[in-house]
Design a protein around this ligand. Structure first.
Ligand code: PMP
Length: 437
């Protein structure tokens, strides 16, 4: 396809694409670890698209499954009807899910999964006869998508500040890299637990009888790869248990192998009450999300508050047949290639590669877990975010795709990455950091 010549009229789905118009970076095809740009250059994908293409691009099994399904059943309403692939997918997903979160709602994105989870939490508390439990607790620097539910419980200022009327009754805990808290308690063996105790403070302030749920990303991704200190998630679980508060994990990024386990829940050994997923569920091919809950929570939501079958929830495209086919083939691909184990096996090599940037120009912090990394750069005075964005542009020129968020480079390659590609990724980043102001 030729380069569109009127980019003003050219619609793109992200407001972040303001800069894109100046120098369009068009991707025209993809395979395995690589995109092909419009000028024919191969681009190493260090970000798995947007944290979603965990099995690598254009996997034949997934492509064929999508084609087969679209020829057979292009659409089926999930409203009083069903189709076999949705049921098969639900049962396959549940076997992958640790613990007893064995009921699934399908959505079309991470943002919808979050909205669905928050609604389920509120409806469940009401069905239990605890209708005063309406407050929700998120975290500073939490990212939960761009719906009103997600930006309300999320903590990204730029996503919130233009929308005065967000959900009311929401509080935010400090994030796990809160500088003041780190200075105060890092080095103490229990500092993760102390940080989680911030939740107790909020619970005391409002009284537990008013609080429905707490939502966190086990590892915050989009705000710069913030890895929880030891004991943090466990302590959140304990506090929620003590007060009858539901714990929701947003595993939109951490699900489907990113940490070298099927879910972060398994990796950290902490079971939430509700899990939100999306992205890797279809390897990025077709939009889809899924929310996992326990049976009694599912029943409460299905039956509605006060047992009246009046609660309405579901999307036109919930459990879309083509998305289900893509997800089934994705799960088979993950399994056949042993990709979650592969990520676990590669994690030490990845860790060494990340920390090889210690002392590299502009780098002030390095974080990693599984096949995810955050490289924090010293902000350029007066121009925060510029340095990381310049690094992104330069990497792209050199055929490497990274993602940046604020002053942080975030990496999350497809789990099929080879060691030589890891080397290339980090060598390129080091050279690029040397070359930028
Ligand atoms: N939650 C988390 C943790 C995410 O990382 C994202 C997307 N980056 C979302 C929710 C929103 O997902 P979507 O963009 O599919 O709505």
């Amino acid at each position: 396809p030729s380069q569109p010549n009127n980019l003003e009229a050219f619609w793109m789905p992200f407001t972040m694409n303001r800069q894109f118009k100046k120098a369009p970076r068009m991707l025209v095809s993809a395979e395995g670890m690589y995109y092909t740009a419009q000028d024919g250059r191969k681009i190493l994908d260090g970000a798995a698209g947007l944290w979603c293409v965990n099995a690598g691009h254009r996997r034949p099994k997934i492509v064929e499954a999508v084609q087969r399904q679209i020829f057979e059943l292009d659409y089926a309403p999930a409203f009083q009807m069903g189709h076999p692939a949705a049921f098969e997918l639900a049962s396959r997903l549940v076997t992958l899910m640790p613990g007893d979160l064995d009921h699934v709602f399908f959505t079309n994105s991470g943002s919808e999964s979050v909205d669905t989870a928050l609604k389920i939490a509120l409806a469940y508390q009401r069905a239990k006869g605890e209708g005063t439990r309406q407050r929700l607790i998120g975290r500073e620097r939490g990212y939960h998508g761009v719906g009103f539910g997600g930006i309300s419980v999320g903590g990204i200022v730029t996503n919130r500040k233009f929308f005065g009327s967000l959900l009311t009754g929401v509080d935010h805990m400090p994030h796990t890299h809160d500088k003041a808290h780190q200075a105060f308690s890092r080095g103490q063996p229990e500092w993760g637990g102390h940080l989680a105790d911030e939740l107790e403070r909020i619970v005391t302030l409002h009284d537990a009888s008013n609080i429905a749920a707490v939502i966190v990303e086990p590892v915050a991704g989009s705000t710069g790869v913030l890895i929880p200190p030891q004991g943090y998630l466990q302590r959140l679980r304990e506090i929620c248990d003590k007060h009858g508060i539901l714990l929701i994990f947003d595993e939109v990024i951490t699900g489907f192998g990113r940490l070298g386990a099927s879910f972060a829940t398994e990796y950290f050994g902490v079971m939430p009450d509700i899990i939100c997923t999306a992205k890797g569920i279809t390897n990025g091919t077709i939009p889809m999300g899924a929310v996992f809950v326990r049976k009694h929570i599912y029943d409460a939501f299905m039956n509605g508050p006060e047992g009246a079958i009046e609660l309405f929830h579901g999307y036109t495209y919930s459990g879309h047949p083509v998305a289900c086919a893509a997800a089934l083939a994705t799960l088979e691909t993950y399994q056949e290639d042993g990709l979650f184990q592969r990520a676990a096996d590669l994690a030490p090599y990845w860790e060494d590669a990340v920390h090889s940037l210690k002392g590299a120009r502009h780098v002030i912090d390095l974080r990693n877990l599984g096949l995810i990394a955050g490289i924090e750069l010293e902000p350029l005075q007066g121009q925060p975010t510029k340095r990381a964005f310049d690094a992104f542009l330069k990497c792209f020129e050199r055929g490497v795709m990274i993602r940046t968020t604020g002053d942080i480079i975030a990496l999350s390659p497809p789990l099929i990455i080879e060691k030589s590609e890891i080397d290339h990724l980090f060598t390129t980043i080091r050279e690029v950091l040397e070359s930028i102001e």
